[in-house]
Design a binder for this molecule. Structure first.
Ligand SMILES: [Fe+2]
Length: 181
């Protein structure tokens, strides 16, 4: 169930239906992962995970540029007075994160965009294995990186670092949740 305040903000920024559907799929998957991790005795902020996932791509109302949309998400969520924890989930969700050094090379404000908390990692990971509103598997995410390499070999330095980070994130989440992706 999408809370009314989320719907109001989606409506205010005219977020496309397909992006909303994507966010709902990511939110449900992230929650499922979080519940399994909690069963194994680790307490998580499930509310932040769910709301963070529903809002992570709100910036796509402004731009679909992969390297810009999450910055727009941050701008919108801050302007709307959304909890800092949720803002961070959006800021750090892209792919498997971006280091400050990489951000500089990519022409982004020079800071870390790496998912740090488990809440941030769960949303980032759930997003990685959700294409549109379909949950896929981790190999599909890796194949998507291969496709980026084929289309844009200049980004290889970034996709290589992403593969390593994404794999580490997957392994951590599998270990904590007992799930396999
Ligand atoms: Fe995104």
């Amino acid at each position: 169930m999408v809370p009314d305040f989320v719907k109001r903000i989606w409506d205010k920024y005219k977020l496309e239906e397909n992006v909303r559907d994507h966010c709902i799929t990511v939110a449900n998957l992230a929650l499922k992962i979080a519940e399994r991790i909690e069963k194994n005795g680790i307490k998580l902020d499930k509310e932040a995970i769910f709301i963070g996932a529903l809002f992570h791509d709100i910036g796509r109302a402004i731009t679909h540029d992969p390297f810009q949309h999450f910055l727009k998400s941050v701008e919108i969520l801050k302007a709307e007075g959304i909890d800092e924890k949720v803002v961070k989930i959006a800021e750090r969700h892209f792919s498997a994160g971006i280091t400050a050094e990489e951000a500089k090379k990519l022409g982004l404000p020079e800071k870390d965009y790496l998912p740090e908390t488990l809440e941030e990692k769960i949303v980032s990971f759930a997003d990685n294995i959700t294409f549109g509103s379909k949950v896929v598997d981790f190999d599909s995410f890796m194949r998507r990186l291969d496709k980026i390499d084929a289309e844009n070999p200049k980004l290889r330095w970034f996709t290589e670092a992403t593969r390593k980070r994404a794999r580490e994130m997957k392994e951590e989440i599998e270990k904590l949740s007992g799930l396999r992706f």
